[in-house]
Each structure stands twice: as structure tokens, then as C-alpha cells.
Design a protein around this ligand. Structure first.
Ligand code: NAG
Ligand code: NAG
Length: 173
């Protein structure tokens, strides 16, 4: 129990340090130190857009902890694309998933789907999946599955948020 708590604290501290660094110093380059102002020839056009499959090999399904996944998978940058993959209901398989976006942290925390917008229906996740691009910088995005009246969001842990940070000036990855 103590170990688990300590592990969680370490994660929180690392996350805050990373966020704090990014928030306080928009010109920070990961390994190269502080560079401000950024050079004009290192503009966003050179940075390849990143596509991330939500949940990795787990894809988008009931019961996987997507908040933890999002923490481990970040940071996310503007114009990164999230790919939601899930099977549409067919035949005897009536299980369905979808993707909703909440307008606020409050509605997200409550899984209040009445305030949310459906961005992908039960069949949009088929094949290559549904792609959602984080098109605005400094915007917190709140996602959830909208099925079963919020049960997938709350009990099913199918909810997570990401912040779209401004572009790094150099691509190290
Ligand atoms: C994001 O993509 C749009 C459309 O392709 C582009 O106009 C914009 O410059 C991009 N922004 C960044 C920060 O890469
Ligand atoms: C889901 O949306 C697509 C368009 O993205 C539409 O063609 C399809 O009919 C919709 N399916 C359902 C079950 O609403």
C-alpha cells in the first residue's frame, strides 16, 4: 500500500514537473536547454504529425484505464491525431462504443453526456478507426465513450483528457 502510494506520488511529481516546464517555458527544447526566441527555420512544418491509437493495442473498449493510458502516452501536441478503434455492433454482438467530447472539466468528471457532443457514432471506429485531430493549442480535450447512459464513461473507465501543447521546435523522436 505504502509502495503504491509512493509510486503514485512519483508519477504525479514527474507529471507536474513536465507540465510545469512546458507551461512556464514554451521555448524549452527537451534535451537542448532553453532556446528563446525559437529560430524561424525550425517551424511547425518540419514536425511530422503524430498519430496515436487510443489505448494502444487495447484499442477502445470497456474496462481499460484510459486516464492512466493518457498520462503515460503524453505529452500531446497541437495537430497530433488520436485514433479510436472499436468494433461496430453486428449480428449477435450488440456491444457498442462511441466517442463523445465534453465541453468542460465539470461535465467530464460527472460523465454528464447531456452536455457532451458525439464526435463518432457506434460504427465510426471500424476498420482504420475514427481519427480526431487536436487542432487547437492549449486546449484541454475531454473524451469519453457515450454508451449505456454514461456507464462506459464512469464504471467502464472509458474517459480521459489531454492537453494539446504548442509544437516543440525540434523533433527528437
Ligand atoms: C496544424 O494544422 C493546420 C492545418 O493543416 C495548419 O494550418 C497549422 O499550421 C498546424 N499548426 C501547427 C502548430 O502545426
Ligand atoms: C455513423 O456515422 C456515419 C458517418 O460518419 C454514417 O454513415 C452512419 O450511418 C452512422 N451510423 C449510425 C449507426 O448512426
Amino acid at each position: 500500500m505504502a509502495m503504491k502510494f509512493r509510486g503514485t506520488m512519483v508519477l504525479v511529481v514527474i507529471a507536474s514537473v513536465m507540465m510545469g516546464t512546458s507551461l512556464a517555458f514554451p521555448g524549452w527544447n527537451d534535451n537542448k536547454g532553453y532556446a528563446w526566441p525559437p529560430k524561424q527555420d525550425e517551424g511547425p512544418a518540419k514536425v511530422p504529425p503524430k498519430k496515436v491509437i487510443v489505448g494502444g493495442s487495447e484499442n477502445w473498449h470497456f474496462g481499460f484505464d484510459y486516464s492512466t493510458w493518457a498520462h503515460k502516452s503524453g505529452p500531446f501536441y497541437v495537430n497530433n491525431t488520436l485514433v479510436f478503434k472499436y468494433d461496430p455492433p453486428s449480428g449477435d454482438n450488440t456491444h457498442a462504443d462511441s466517442v463523445y467530447v465534453f465541453p468542460s472539466f465539470r461535465s467530464y468528471m460527472r460523465c454528464d453526456l447531456k452536455r457532451a457532443t458525439m464526435v463518432a457514432n457506434v460504427s465510426d471506429g471500424a476498420g482504420d478507426g475514427f481519427e480526431f485531430t487536436l487542432s487547437q493549442k492549449w486546449k484541454p480535450y475531454f473524451f469519453a465513450c457515450g454508451e449505456k447512459g454514461g456507464l462506459h464513461c464512469s464504471t467502464g473507465k472509458m474517459q480521459f483528457s489531454v492537453m494539446s501543447l504548442p509544437r516543440r521546435r525540434k523533433w527528437h523522436g
